[in-house]
Design a protein around this ligand. Structure first.
Ligand code: HOZ
Length: 429
């Protein structure tokens, strides 16, 4: 079934560390050979062996309207014919910035970069430059890309592979990153008191998707907002995964809390390599060339990415019913899975925020890193592979969120629920 993927993986390992260009996709967390993909359309992925899968990864979020979405493809083709890069300003950058400003509450100014990692690392530099303070606070299990300051108790692949504190990060850098638990207002309040006048920023995924999917408790984001205001600390929402997904205006719209800076990733480029960070004009004005905080990039605002992103986000902006529809589809998957897990007496806990879904095989309600890591990883591995061989592609790690796309049909969701049922029957045999 996976002959060609196996051969490709062997070949890849000769030239690429671990055979992959990003660790999670190596399948180390679930075992077996990573699937090498060839093409995709809507919510159907096709691998190099010709197997087809219903996609619940959606390139970790951005394929919200499905793969190879025709208007996006057309926009990229047309842009490519006019040059793939200028390294100079273009009108489409302004159009995209204007559109994002309309969609995101409180966003007054935005800078395009090339990845979510770059967005987050630039945002904390800006926060430090703006406040004149050094320390940052991050939440255990949240992942903000692989810049040094964030690889302290990090989520995603770092958590999956047991290296949440990466070697290579100097003690000097590590000492400026304080960590706390997501959803715990009491502890962060204490941290603020213990580090008075030293904290520049609090950065978090308002809906973490890198330790499964975890919603914020009622009042948590509001509490952080208040705390940051009282201590002159920049509140940064990393919406690389939940931005433009859980609502057009992301977590800020859904929960009615405005951050000072917001970071975005791949969805801004409809899956092309893009990131962005933006927020209050007063904070953003410290960036070069306006101010002294340096940040730059030849490919920032790249025309292919800008045209792709503008096309996708315009569609989301024009058709808000997409979100209601996505919510319905996601609810239908959630309900179906509840039914299957219950019928096999599986101990589990499930979280859903819009079209992000976290499945944990544990008897604990998952609200933070500690509870997320009580999940039965061995059971997840079996569940993942049972689904895979039945044509359903879930994230290849117990600590990643599922992402549903608008291109999923009820028929695909039914097929997924049947595959889950058959998988559990096989596991329990
Ligand atoms: N960090 C991504 C998920 N949270 C995975 C990236 C990848 O392996 O492509």
């Amino acid at each position: 079934m996976f002959d060609r993927s196996k051969a490709l993986f062997e070949r890849a390992q000769e030239f690429i560390p671990g055979g992959v260009n990003s660790p999670v996709r190596a399948f180390k967390a679930v075992g077996g050979t990573p699937v090498f993909f060839k093409e995709a359309k809507g919510s159907v992925l096709k691998d190099e062996d010709g197997n087809e899968y219903i996609d619940y990864v959606a390139s970790w979020g951005p394929m919200i309207l499905g793969h190879a979405y025709p208007p996006v493809i057309q926009a990229v083709q047309q842009a490519a014919e006019k040059s793939t890069s200028f390294g100079a300003p273009t009108e489409i950058e302004i159009k995209l910035a204007e559109l994002i400003q309309k969609m995101v509450p409180g966003l007054e100014s935005i800078r395009m970069v090339n990845s979510g990692t770059e967005a987050c690392m630039s945002a904390i530099r800006v926060a430090r430059g703006y406040t004149g303070k050094n320390k940052i606070v991050k939440m255990e299990g949240c992942y903000h890309g692989h810049a040094d300051s964030f690889l302290i108790k990090a989520g995603s692949g770092a958590l999956t592979f047991g290296t949440p504190n990466s070697p290579g990060v100097t003690p000097g850098t590590a000492q400026d990153t304080l960590t706390t638990s997501f959803n715990d207002l009491e502890h962060i309040t204490k941290l603020f008191e213990e580090n008075k006048d030293e904290i520049a920023a609090v950065i978090l995924e308002p809906v973490p998707g890198n330790m499964g999917c975890i919603p914020p408790n009622k009042g948590y984001l509001e509490g952080l907002r208040k705390l940051c205001d009282e201590h002159n600390v920049v509140l940064i929402f990393d919406e690389v995964m939940c931005g433009f997904r859980i609502a057009a205006g992301g977590a800020q719209e859904l929960y009615g809390v405005e951050a000072d800076l917001v970071c975005y990733g791949k969805i801004i480029g409809a899956g092309l390599p893009v990131g962005a960070f933006g927020g209050k004009k007063e904070v953003m004005s410290v960036i070069a060339p306006l101010g002294p905080v340096y940040q730059a990039g030849t490919l920032s605002g790249n025309p292919l990415a800008m045209h792709a992103g503008y096309t996708l986000l315009s569609e989301l902006h024009r058709n808000p019913e997409i979100y209601a529809d996505l919510d319905e589809k996601s609810e239908s998957l959630e309900e179906g899975l509840h039914g299957v897990f219950e019928s096999y007496d599986i101990t589990y806990s499930m979280n859903r925020v819009g079209s992000m879904l976290g499945i944990f095989f544990t008897d604990t309600k998952v609200t933070d890193f500690a509870s997320a890591t009580t999940t039965d990883v061995e059971l997840f591995k079996k569940f993942f592979h049972g689904l895979l061989k039945r044509g359903v592609y879930f994230p290849p790690s117990a600590y990643e969120s599922l992402f549903l796309s608008h291109s999923l049909t009820e028929e695909m969701i039914d097929k997924t629920i049947i595959a889950a049922d058959e998988t559990l029957e096989e596991i329990q045999k």
